[in-house]
Design a protein around this ligand. Structure first.
Ligand SMILES: *Cc1c(COP(=O)(O)O)cnc(C)c1O
Length: 426
């Protein structure tokens, strides 16, 4: 390693998400974060518009979270989960079963969203194998979807934004259905349903499951689609006898205005993935939930067990963070709060639709999206946001915010006006 100061060590030796080594894009060094404020090393403070990628729903340095974790730390920070169990996992499991759709009765813990998706896909494959239908190996996925960066998760993510051509020989070919065009709040048009049904008809005997993000397509396009499409997808899965996997990793825990986005269509998946805000952004934890039927069918097949077992499975600190975060959420008047954020985002961002550079403005729950006509200059726009005292990290043509739920009306007003000003000038 070269003898460097902090900045050059970062620049020359550390990878960041989707980054190049030796890139001249700025990275800002954070010294601390409390509530909705991120403090930079140089003393500047930024209002957080990202919740650290959907996670930090209660903001940072939360006293209740901190003390729960400190108490658990004194008992144990980790213990292997093979042959051993512990109270944080048991309590969290009971809670998750209580708050998720009724048919979801079993929980598999892992350490990141991508792995939770891998686990969901493997559950579906082992389920069909146990049922003597091992030819059901393919997955149907939606274009513009995003399910993670590991190979199988990548294979069910959008082929173009997921850069499938680079990994061509290593990526499993799945079946891709057009992104639903019908907007959230509207009826679902026939074309959307037809393209999904056609895929199910064409691949009826070889499909293990349909996997999709309910209502909100996140990193693949920040798009909110019709609840009727989700309902129809559930009905079609039942009709054609394939499993439905819902990826609630971004949408879970209130972000879309419902505790889980599948509630917008009043449906239950056969398998559900959660992650991101599960621990309130404190620690890395994800989970894959499924029904007794899927679980016991897997048990009945070869080799009689589900074939996955992460080293840090059900980490006690992470489980404690998750249980505490969920209790904080469900013990608050979160529906009211999200509704207020939604109203303020809707009225505050509305003006952006008058700018020539803007193609579309959409808001759902505590998510505000401004879709530009052209790809934004990341370097310039990030600097402009930091200079305006906010943390907003756009990608491609999308400038969007999803603040911590604890943000006050005044803080949100500052965040929105900074976003409007930067977009106007960009
Ligand atoms: C972020 C995300 C993932 C991947 O989670 P990681 O923790 O980054 O592996 C999967 N699906 C959805 C919908 C996500 O938003």
């Amino acid at each position: 390693m070269k003898k460097d100061n902090n900045n050059t060590i970062d620049q020359h030796h550390i990878w960041h998400p989707y980054s190049a080594m030796n890139s001249d894009l700025p990275v800002y060094q954070v010294s601390s974060a409390t509530g909705v404020r991120i403090k930079l090393e140089d003393g500047r403070e930024l209002i957080d518009g990202m919740s650290s990628w959907w996670s930090a729903i209660h903001g940072y340095n939360h006293p209740v979270m901190n003390s729960a974790l400190q108490a658990q730390l004194k008992k144990m920070s980790h213990i292997m989960f093979g042959g051993l169990t512990h109270e944080p996992a048991i309590k969290l499991t009971k809670k998750l079963i209580d708050i998720t759709p009724a048919n979801l009765q079993t929980v598999f813990y892992s350490d990141s969203g991508s792995v939770a998706v891998e686990v969901a896909l493997k559950m579906a494959l082992q389920y069909w194998s146990a049922k003597g239908q091992a030819q059901r190996k393919q997955f149907i996925a939606l274009r513009s979807g995003y399910h993670g960066d590991t190979f199988a998760a990548m294979s069910v993510s959008d082929p173009e934004t997921g850069m499938h051509h680079i990994f061509e020989k290593n990526i499993i070919k799945q079946i891709y259905v057009n992104q639903p065009t019908s907007r959230y709040g509207e009826k679902c048009c026939d074309e959307d349903i037809i393209s999904l049904e056609q895929a199910l008809i064409n691949h009826a005997d070889t499909t293990a499951a349909l996997i999709m993000e309910p209502i909100v397509q996140g990193a693949g396009g920040m798009w909110f689609y019709s609840a009727e499409y989700l309902l129809k997808a559930r009905q079609l899965c039942d009709q054609y006898g394939v499993l439905l996997i819902l990826d609630e990793i971004a949408t879970g825990f209130g972000r879309s205005g419902k505790l889980f986005a599948c509630e917008h269509a009043d449906i239950s998946p056969d398998i559900m993935c959660i992650g991101k805000s599960l621990t309130g952004g404190y620690l890395t934890l994800a989970a894959t939930l499924t029904s007794y039927d899927v679980a016991t069918t897997i048990d009945s097949g070869d080799p009689g067990v589900f074939m996955h077992g992460p080293t840090f499975m059900a980490n006690p600190l992470a489980c404690t963070a998750a249980l505490t975060s969920i209790n904080l959420l469900t013990g608050s008047n979160w529906q009211e709060k999200i509704l207020q954020i939604e109203k303020q985002l809707t009225s505050g961002l509305d003006i952006c639709s008058e700018f020539n550079s803007v193609k579309d403005v959409r808001v759902l729950g505590a998510i505000g999206v401004v879709e530009m006509r052209d790809v934004v200059d990341m370097n310039k726009i990030t600097q402009a946001f930091v200079n305006a005292g906010v943390w907003v990290r756009p990608f491609g043509k999308l400038v969007y915010i999803m603040p911590p739920f604890i943000i006050t009306a005044e803080e949100l007003a500052l965040l929105i006006s900074a976003m409007v000003d930067v977009i106007r000038e960009h």
